[in-house]
Design a protein. Structure first.
Length: 275
């Protein structure tokens, strides 16, 4: 194994560490949902090749044939890197319980993510007029983490590489937001030797996948999260969960309703008889 890339802001095909042999896979099937509740918003996709990985796992395939080179973006605590992306809350607002984030550390056989901190902004992070409405840059809000059963690979290693096994981490939020556009701004820590790296949204045939941002100075300033090869902006996958929607009430006839219906029947009955 070559030296690990701890200080870079991104892992690319040109600076990626390599292993002499594939690491062992955890047991499991296709992409794992770890959080509970109803999906309010999914900023993906991350998977663009379902079931094609080693052991039938899903794959997130970097499209080198399109000139793309970035496997994952640095958002590691040790180097003061952060990433951000936006979402819109519709009329009526949302109660957000949990959010799933995705990251990997190379050559790990289980999730090595140890912490995730999070801020929610009411505008683009770091810009004048934007305010933090939830969270901070230090509190570990991660409650669960596990292998996501997704492999991050290149289009030349699909079906045969397990070096980058993506983990899914659940962050507890439990807050209510009114309608509007918000930005998530987060950072991960881990016990593995590289990253943590955040794999971007991956869409077959597309080089631009979103409007994600990255900060390399602890959240003071942000720049577009661009792929290193195509210089096109990427988005970041995350899934927001809230309470299960309540079933619509079944209409029932009250005593007053029954009496009103009977009076209507009597009225129209008499009118019909008179005719």
């Amino acid at each position: 194994m070559s030296g690990l890339t701890l200080a870079q802001s991104a892992e690319t095909t040109t600076n990626a560490v390599t292993d002499n042999q594939n690491t062992a896979l955890p047991s499991g099937g296709n992409s794992l949902q770890l959080a509970s509740g109803a999906v309010l918003y999914d900023n993906g996709p991350l998977v663009n090749s379902p079931g094609t990985g080693v052991g039938g796992l899903d794959e997130s395939v970097l499209q080198g044939n399109l000139g793309m080179t970035t496997l994952g973006f640095g958002h590691q605590f040790a180097n003061s890197n952060r990433i951000a992306d936006d979402f819109t809350v519709p009329a009526g607002g949302w109660t957000i319980n949990q959010i799933e984030f995705f990251a990997y550390q190379s050559f790990e056989t289980a999730s090595t993510i140890t912490a995730v901190n999070l801020q929610i902004w009411d505008g683009p992070p770091g810009q004048t007029g934007s305010n933090v409405v939830f969270g901070d840059t230090s509190t570990n809000r991660m409650s669960q983490t596990a292998p996501a059963n997704i492999l991050r690979v290149t289009d030349s290693t699909t079906g045969g590489n397990t070096d980058r096994q993506i983990a899914v981490s659940v962050v507890d939020v439990y807050t209510t937001l009114p309608a509007g556009t918000y930005w998530l701004d987060w950072q991960s820590d881990g016990s593995g030797g590289s990253g943590p790296w955040a794999p971007p949204i991956t869409i077959t045939g597309s080089t631009t996948t979103g409007n994600g941002l990255q900060s390399t100075d602890g959240g003071v300033t942000y720049a577009n999260a661009d792929d290193g090869g195509t210089l096109t902006q990427q988005g970041f996958p995350f899934i927001i969960y809230g309470p299960q929607p309540e079933a619509a009430p079944v209409p029932t006839m009250t005593i007053l309703g029954v009496m009103g219906l009977m009076l209507l029947l009597v009225f129209f009955g008499r009118k019909y008889i008179r005719q």
